[in-house]
Design a protein around this ligand. Structure first.
Ligand code: ADP
Ligand code: MG
Length: 540
């Protein structure tokens, strides 16, 4: 009798072969179906509730994918590409997931018929490469030195990015603001130099852009009312020092014999505090910001000397102030020279909604700005923030690399036509595969139509015909249920968004197609054959 060979632990699940690839593809399809309906200006939003009951409303592919908490190992790839698209270019996160899903869907019949994955992978790579080349060829590059034209380009791109979001009614207002914000940054366009704050109340149009640093008035003690609220050219001290009389901690023990000795302890503390305060006053600083609390005594001291102070400033705000106004964050006041103090042209404290804001403008060092979002519901403002983030990323990208293509499915249709033309010149299996990829690209215009309630077959037929006649930028016209030249209609997107989305989708497709075996170890402590939770679908 042959001895049985035991290789893996009991309870290990292994599945392999063609059926494994197919089941991975099916899992990805399920994920794609979750985000499908959010694409485009007429896309729907998703309301997601986390375990703690926190509700999020979003239209952003990456946000939805992050919150989905996917357990399927292959389907997680799609979550990853959405995240990477978000980090890399900021927009196009739904498109990337949709594209990857459609590539896989189109490749599924080939796998079922027994075409080897490697051949498919090679064709997918080739098609992607051809598509990216073609985008670079046909992308339109406006003249960069023309300020007005560049600005227009950036505004159009921002408006397209926001056109599909909750705030699309106000996109003209916001696209100007976003472009202004990005224009304020310096050459490197660091994203963290744009602060975004949310103040409930008011209308969306009350959102304002501050050319400088602004943050909410922090916790303050009695006495702050007496402080002046405006300075020009103040020196600013940024501290990481507590300016407060220390409360007696319950774990500290001081044994005293008499009242006089206690008085000495108290006096010593006052001396230490007054010493610090005096040094700050003598340094000429007009505004004192500290990460740690600034107490009653100190607040009064500063108020008496016509100085402004704010304690418990959040670290990121303090850092941004430091980067903008110069100076350093100090942990001692021993050596307060001008070189460690920051400065700015104007400081004021202003009431915005129910909050008071400390606003520093005219900062000499870094170029920075703050957007203060107003609006009704918390979730609404959060989604506004995410949408602004998308738009800001797009504007940054477009400013660095100013080639644009037309959106609304126009570029996808043109790529599709290009690939179909090329595939006809290729013999063999590759022909079928590349034309399948060409078909897959049509998913974007089709979904845009479906989400808007249009007859997608009809519109796609029109688009195919127009593109065959050489109308390169024909895409879906969302307003009139028709096709239109989206380059003229100013639905512009940076070509980089499309290139990145295509490459990421194709990478994910290749990755999933190249996995033909999954081995899952049983969790330690679980029974020998983990069949999953009762009622739950098994992960494979
Ligand atoms: P993503 O997360 O991929 O950016 P969106 O929901 O933002 O998804 O949808 C983007 C798609 O909507 C792009 O294909 C873009 O071309 C298209 N789109 C945006 N604005 C318009 C418009 N005004 N008309 C037609 N299509 C548009
Ligand atoms: Mg978008």
């Amino acid at each position: 009798m042959q001895p049985q060979i035991i290789l893996l632990k009991e309870g290990t699940e292994a599945s392999q072969g063609r059926s494994q690839i197919i089941s991975n593809i099916n899992a990805c399809q399920a994920i794609v179906d979750c985000v499908r309906t959010t694409l485009g200006p007429r896309g729907m939003d998703k309301l997601m509730v986390e375990a703690q009951g926190k509700a999020t409303i979003s239209n952003d592919g990456a946000t939805i994918m992050k919150l989905l908490d996917v357990v399927h190992p292959a389907a997680k790839t799609l979550v990853d590409i959405a995240k990477s698209q978000d980090a890399e270019v900021g927009d196009g996160t739904t498109s990337v997931v949709l594209l990857a899903g459609e590539f896989l869907k189109q490749m599924k019949p080939f796998i079922e018929e027994g075409v080897h994955s490697q051949i498919i992978i090679r064709s997918v790579r080739k098609a992607t490469q051809l598509a990216v080349q073609f985008i670079n060829e046909i992308a339109v590059k406006p003249k960069k030195d023309d300020e007005v034209e560049l600005r227009q380009l950036l505004e159009k791109c921002a408006a397209t990015a926001m056109g599909s979001k909750l705030i699309n009614q106000q996109k003209d207002f916001f696209s100007k603001m976003v472009v202004d914000a990005v224009m304020m940054l310096d050459e490197l366009l660091p994203l963290n130099m744009i602060g975004i704050k949310k103040v409930p109340g008011g209308a969306l149009e009350d959102t304002l852009l501050v050319a400088g640093v602004a943050f909410k008035k922090t916790f303050s003690y009695a006495g702050f009312e007496m402080q002046p609220k405006q300075y020009t050219d103040p020196k600013i001290a940024l501290l990481n020092i507590e300016l407060e009389l220390k409360a007696e901690r319950d774990n500290a023990e001081v044994r005293l014999e008499s009242v006089e000795e206690y008085q000495k302890v108290v006096d010593a503390e006052w001396t230490i505090l007054y010493d610090k305060l005096e040094k700050l006053h003598l340094s000429g600083a007009k505004a004192v910001l500290s990460k740690l609390p600034i107490g009653d005594v100190a607040t009064q001291y500063f108020a008496d000397r016509d100085m402004f102070c704010a304690g418990r400033v959040p670290e990121e705000d303090l850092k941004r102030t430091m980067k903008a106004c110069g100076g350093s964050i100090l942990t001692t006041v021993a050596d307060l020279s001008d070189s460690v103090l920051g400065t700015c042209e104007h400081f004021e404290e202003r009431q915005i909604g129910g909050d008071r804001f400390n606003i520093f403008t005219g900062c000499p060092q870094a170029k920075t700005c703050t957007i203060i979002i107003r609006g009704g519901a918390e979730q609404f403002m959060e989604e506004t923030e995410r949408s602004l983030h998308d738009a800001i990323m797009i504007v940054r990208r477009a400013k660095k690399n100013d080639a644009v293509v037309a959106g609304g499915g126009a570029i996808e249709m043109e790529l599709s036509k290009h690939l179909r033309d090329i595939s006809r010149t290729i013999a063999g299996k590759e022909q079928m595969l590349i034309s399948a990829i060409a078909r897959a690209l049509e998913v974007i215009p089709r979904q845009l139509c479906d989400n808007a309630g249009f007859d997608s077959t009809n519109i796609l037929n029109k688009l195919r015909q127009k593109h065959a006649q050489g109308n390169r930028w024909m895409g879906v016209d969302i307003l009139n249920e028709d096709v239109a030249d989206n380059m003229e209609k100013c639905v512009w997107e940076p070509s980089l968004v499309k290139i990145n989305a295509l490459s990421a989708a194709s990478e994910a497709t290749c990755l999933i197609l190249s996995v033909d075996e999954t081995i899952k170890n049983p969790k330690s402590g679980e029974g020998p054959a983990p069949q999953g939770r009762p009622g739950a679908r098994r992960p494979f």
